[in-house]
Design a protein around this ligand. Structure first.
Ligand SMILES: [Zn+2]
Length: 463
């Protein structure tokens, strides 16, 4: 009997040992060759696609010759703003692809010696990279066959301890309302596409949108699939009578659900409906690639992580993902969510446009708003979707620029309302004393006229 592929040496082409022994430089080189395969690892500017970039020798940062912007090998990717060394991410990806039934964040955290939250966010980024492969894909076609089926997950109601307190958990009023169904379209000798719905019947629109109309569709006896007859040549199998006949079967969809179920029970213990779409997409990816070597799977996840949004699909890509209370929000949620998603802060990178840029006029306007007496910089910043640090940075820039242009000097002015008798007398007696209202301005000898004029004007304005 021929050896099973997964038993063969050909199935093992990436080794955790090997990655763990890499130096940081080697890990970065591997990352670069996967990110920029067309230049064999030489940096290409993510902002303007210019292939001529300088590399700083002191830091791992590149600078584009054309647009002069700085970037790193992870800029504009899911791993932007990373804090761990690249090697650790490569180790995480190797562990993740080797876990055929999925891996829990706690387990990944123990393997990598990082906090649970770090591992959790990392695992979800990898799920997002996996799911991105199927974004917008339409399955099937002329002469192709696909199976469709649903698998209910979550919404478990714990039975009461005593028999007399137990309720009929089949009744709608005794259920939690959080039960969801994963609907899978599995093309024979093709890919698997999943989505989460409240019921199988709600998925008809999704199936019609993501499955070519010339496909032959196989489904089970559930009445939820009846509307599909109008669109597809549909064959039905009644599981009460048989699991498979010459005419129809949905065993490949069931087989996928079997793996999804094992991930749910065996690894995650419980998957909430909120995140179900991601876990389902992850398991679909694993299902479709189960006959590839782990090296191919590894490369595919790394390139999914590094892939810039393709120019054909200008889908917005969220690079910065943060916790909102107990929530972690990603682009995948925003495209898949059936419930509204609340986001506290998020940075969006759109296509090749890069980060948002502000014209000098806009900056000036915002700075003027922040300079109004009583204005609070953080509030002004929030109004414009900025971070306060950015406004402070611009203000610094503006000062430097105006100093360079006009030779203007900022002199610190301290206004003191103490009675003059209590003022400490400077060692050198002031050359000039000017009384403006109740303020006394003492100008030491040798101060230049322009500065004195500016100070006097400022003091007069503040009275
Ligand atoms: Zn550039």
């Amino acid at each position: 009997m021929a050896q099973h592929f997964l038993m063969s040496a050909a199935a093992r082409t990436v080794s955790l040992k090997q990655i763990a022994r890499m130096t940081d430089g080697e890990a970065r080189t591997l990352f670069r060759t996967i990110r920029w395969p067309e230049t064999n690892g030489a940096a290409v500017c993510p902002h303007c696609e210019c292939p001529v970039c300088y590399e700083y020798s002191s830091r791992n940062v590149f600078k584009c010759k054309a647009c002069r912007r700085q970037f790193s090998e992870t800029s504009g990717t899911l791993f932007a703003w990373r804090k761990l060394p690249i090697r650790d991410y490569l180790i995480a990806i190797a562990i993740f692809v080797n876990a055929v039934k999925g891996i829990s964040a706690l387990q990944l955290g123990r393997d990598l010696d990082v906090q649970y939250k770090t591992a959790y966010v990392m695992a979800h980024k990898l799920r997002e990279a996996m799911a991105s492969e199927m974004r917008g894909v339409v399955l099937g076609g002329q002469g192709r066959t696909a199976e469709v089926d649903g698998c209910y997950v979550g919404g478990h109601v714990r039975p009461e301890n005593r028999k007399e307190d137990r309720k009929d958990r089949r009744l709608a009023e005794n259920q939690t309302g959080t039960r969801r169904v994963v609907v899978a379209i599995r093309e024979r000798n093709g890919r698997t596409l999943t989505q989460v719905f409240e019921s199988e019947a709600a998925s008809a629109g999704f199936i019609k949108a993501r499955l070519d109309r010339s496909t032959i569709l196989h489904a089970d006896e559930s009445s939820a699939w009846n509307p599909l007859h109008a669109t597809f040549e549909t064959k039905r199998i009644n599981h009460q009578e048989a699991y498979s006949t010459e005419d129809a079967c949905t065993n490949q969809a069931e087989s996928f659900f079997s793996r999804l179920r094992r991930a749910e029970w065996g690894q995650h213990h419980r998957i909430s409906g909120r995140y179900l779409a991601r876990y389902a997409a992850e398991m679909a990816w694993r299902e479709d690639r189960r006959r590839e070597s782990n090296g191919e799977q590894f490369r595919s996840v790394v390139s999914g992580v590094l892939a810039p949004p393709s120019s054909g699909n200008r889908a917005e890509r969220v690079s910065r993902i943060d916790w909102t209370g107990d929530r972690f929000v990603s682009a995948l949620d925003l495209t898949l969510a059936s419930e509204p998603v609340r986001v506290r802060r998020m940075e969006v990178i759109t296509g090749d446009v890069g980060r948002r840029t502000w014209s000098p006029e806009e900056k000036e306007r915002i700075l003027a708003e922040a300079a109004v007496p009583g204005a609070v910089v953080s509030e002004v910043a929030r109004r414009h979707g900025l971070r306060p640090q950015q406004v402070f940075g611009w203000r610094r820039e503006a000062r430097t620029a105006s100093r360079a242009q006009e030779g203007m000097v900022f002199a610190p002015v301290v206004l003191d309302t103490m009675p003059s008798s209590a003022m400490p007398m400077p060692k050198e007696p002031p050359a000039i004393e000017v009384q403006i209202g109740d303020a006394m301005v003492r100008v030491p000898a040798g101060m230049d006229g322009a500065t004195v004029r500016a100070v006097l004007r400022a003091v007069r304005a503040s009275r």
